[in-house]
Design a protein around this ligand. Structure first.
Ligand code: CUA
Length: 181
């Protein structure tokens, strides 16, 4: 029998199910339940969901908080490649503020490996996307909202931040940096 030709038996849908077909349906059913259970398992034990919080703020307030951290903990001025942004090294455990704007992440941070920081993110103009790899963090950054996420970078090195939301003609040039020592 082919699917193109009409079935030879007119009441084809009411025949007893073949044993093989039944086994496949049973396997698929059990597997789908297993996968469903895995969703819940991973949520609780897989540590895969980002525990971030979001608060209302204003661009002015957020900019002022960022500036305060920059004024207090800047250790040097960045190179030409770092757009001469301030390189800021706040103490472990502190609140750090990162601004997304056309087309920069400002400022540059220098963090200690294995230490936890409370990273605040906000945008000054449009929506931007903040990814941090290999930390598996990817969140949307909106103006007038303070997105807070705890980060504990374990791997030493240079973390490149790109922008994951299209934000205009310079979107592909919107890169930032975090150094982990
Ligand atoms: Cu910012 Cu794309």
């Amino acid at each position: 029998m082919s699917a193109i030709l009409p079935p030879s038996e007119r009441i084809w849908w009411n025949q007893p199910i073949d044993k093989l077909e039944f086994i496949w349906v049973a396997i698929a059913f059990v597997w789908s339940l297993t996968m469903f259970g895995m969703m819940i398992w991973w949520h609780v034990y897989g540590n895969q969901n980002l525990a971030n919080e979001t608060y209302k703020t204003t661009k002015e307030m957020f900019a002022a908080k960022t500036q305060a951290v920059v004024d207090k903990y800047t250790v040097r001025t960045g190179t030409e490649a770092e757009k001469q942004f301030p390189v800021v090294a706040p103490p472990a455990g502190s609140d750090i503020y990162l601004i997304g704007r056309l087309w920069d992440w400002w400022p540059i941070y220098e963090l200690e490996a294995g230490k936890t920081y409370k990273l605040h993110l906000s945008a000054m103009d449009y929506m931007h996307g903040f990814p941090l790899q290999p930390q598996n963090i990817n969140i949307q950054v909106h103006p007038n909202y303070d997105h807070v996420v705890k980060i504990t970078p374990h791997t030493k090195g240079t973390y490149s931040i790109v922008c994951n939301e299209y934000c205009g003609i310079g979107h592909h040039t919107m890169v930032g940096r975090i150094y982990v020592k």
